[in-house]
Design a protein. Structure first.
Length: 286
């Protein structure tokens, strides 16, 4: 990501969309400028960003402040996060890519400070990455504790065993549910009130597998051990019970194919609008 910044009547926004490791430097620049412009936030910005030497340290501090509580205090959470980041540096690399995904896909996001400080979708996802590390290393009870805290605080319930790729954007985030055996690929965008769930009491592999570049609209429910192909688009409010082919747009209850455009990555464009011709020929099945 280049550090070419613009400032006019809107907040700062990075305009180059290639990540190359400078996001932390840009965040520190933004934090310094924000502390100068808004002194009331100076202590917060120094505590969360400016007092730290790296994104990993700042992220461990921020998650600890958000998730820490009476049962497991912020210092303990911070130590758990630091351990995860040292053991698996990819967690922090993915956090950086996730932050960039928010910047590029959310028109309401004008700086890296926003998701880092305030966007619960980003924060819940980073907490999940730590919980997933714990789960994979045999520390299931602590992983479940983090899941529970995130669910209480952010209304985002992601089982720590769920596998989530990089560049994932969870917009608004309230009401997100992701089951134990779910898999989410790279560069996926998910809006609020989405469920990736099972279909009953059966055990084993029972949750959806979401391919790279998929866009899942608000309120959509994807149920069962089904596969959603790369670059597919699931319309808001849909109920998906069967596999979806690569590049398909599906909508309705139950969801039906509206059109297929395999080369279009709706997750990055965030395009949720159907063409008039598509709507005219579509039977939602209600």
């Amino acid at each position: 990501m280049g550090n070419n910044l613009v400032k006019n009547n809107t907040p700062l926004k990075v305009i180059d969309n290639q990540t190359n490791g400078n996001i932390w430097d840009i965040m520190r620049f933004e934090a310094g400028q924000a502390a100068s412009d808004e002194p009331a936030l100076g202590s917060l910005l120094h505590a969360t960003i400016l007092n730290h030497k790296s994104l990993s340290r700042a992220l461990a501090y921020q998650l600890a402040q958000k998730i820490g509580g009476a049962d497991l205090n912020s210092l303990q959470i911070r130590e758990v996060c630091a351990e995860a980041y040292i053991s698996n540096p990819q967690i922090v690399e993915y956090a950086e890519i996730d932050m960039d995904a928010v910047m590029q896909r959310d028109p309401a996001c004008h700086s890296y400070l926003q998701p880092f400080l305030y966007f619960k979708g980003f924060q819940a996802l980073q907490a999940h990455r730590v919980a997933h590390y714990l789960w994979q290393n045999g520390r299931q009870l602590l992983a479940l504790h983090l899941q529970s805290r995130v669910s209480e605080l952010f209304q985002v319930d992601i089982h720590p065993a769920a596998k989530i790729g990089k560049g994932v954007f969870i917009d608004h985030a309230t009401g997100i549910v992701v089951g134990e055996t779910a898999v989410i690929g790279d560069n996926v965008s998910i809006l609020h009130n989405v469920t990736l769930g099972g279909t009953g009491k059966e055990g084993g592999d029972r949750h959806p597998k979401i391919g790279d570049g998929v866009l899942i609209g608000a309120g959509a429910k994807v149920l069962g051990n089904i596969r959603i192909g790369e670059n597919a688009r699931i319309a808001a409010g849909s109920l998906v019970l069967k596999d979806v082919v690569r590049g398909a747009t599906v909508a309705g209850i139950p969801a039906k194919v509206v059109k297929v455009t395999p080369s279009e990555c709706c997750a990055q464009s965030m395009d949720q609008i159907f063409d008039c011709a598509d709507i005219a020929t579509f039977d939602p099945g209600l």
